[in-house]
Design a protein around this ligand. Structure first.
Ligand SMILES: Cc1cc2nc3c(=O)[nH]c(=O)nc-3n(C[C@H](O)[C@H](O)[C@H](O)COP(=O)(O)O)c2cc1C
Length: 154
């Protein structure tokens, strides 16, 4: 089955490391979601009410992305990963997902966090995976853990 690992990572490349290691173990292609305007450290300072992350989240803003996936239709399985922000997937991830046709794909989400559990991450992301089947979401700590979970997915 042709697998694509998509990820977004911003602070410390924690999610990037997990995604890259898992893609290598699975022999999967890798794609990074990049916001049109990259996040600076100040943008991510959620302790500042006026920081970009807070303005986007509380303003429910779309966050446009740059680039794109060639031959997206060729992939049957997609793993999509991100850091948990405010208890769910960052808006840049849902904005990205909206731009693609997920028909016929099985999708699983993975996340890293600063301590939160996976919560309702899958439920909240599901509406943006139009036509696809988002099976589940899992909090992961390493590429090996993610690859092992991916191999057991239906
Ligand atoms: C804007 C923002 C919101 C966050 N919200 C949460 C949260 O709700 N729960 C949590 O456990 N961690 C939260 N974090 C921490 C990240 O999920 C955690 O540091 C993650 O592993 C970073 O991954 P990265 O290095 O790939 O960006 C937040 C971080 C940022 C920047």
């Amino acid at each position: 089955m042709k697998t694509l690992v998509i990820y977004f990572s911003a602070e410390k490349a924690t999610t990037a490391r997990v995604a890259k290691d898992a893609a290598q173990l699975l022999g999967a292609q890798l794609y990074e979601i990049k916001p049109e305007i990259p996040y600076t450290a100040a943008d991510l300072n959620w302790r500042n009410p006026l920081a970009r992350c807070n303005r986007e989240f509380f303003g429910r803003k779309q966050v446009p992305t740059t680039g794109g996936i060639e031959n997206f239709a060729d992939y049957e399985r997609v793993l999509i990963g991100f850091p948990i922000w405010y208890g769910c997937a960052p808006l840049v991830v849902s904005s990205f997902c909206k731009g693609y046709d997920w028909t016929g794909k099985t999708v699983a989400a993975f996340a890293t966090s600063g301590g939160s559990g996976i919560g309702k991450t899958a439920e909240k992301l599901r509406p943006f995976i139009s036509g696809g089947e988002l099976l589940n979401a899992k909090l992961v700590h390493s590429g090996a853990e993610l690859a092992a979970w991916a191999k057991e997915l239906p």
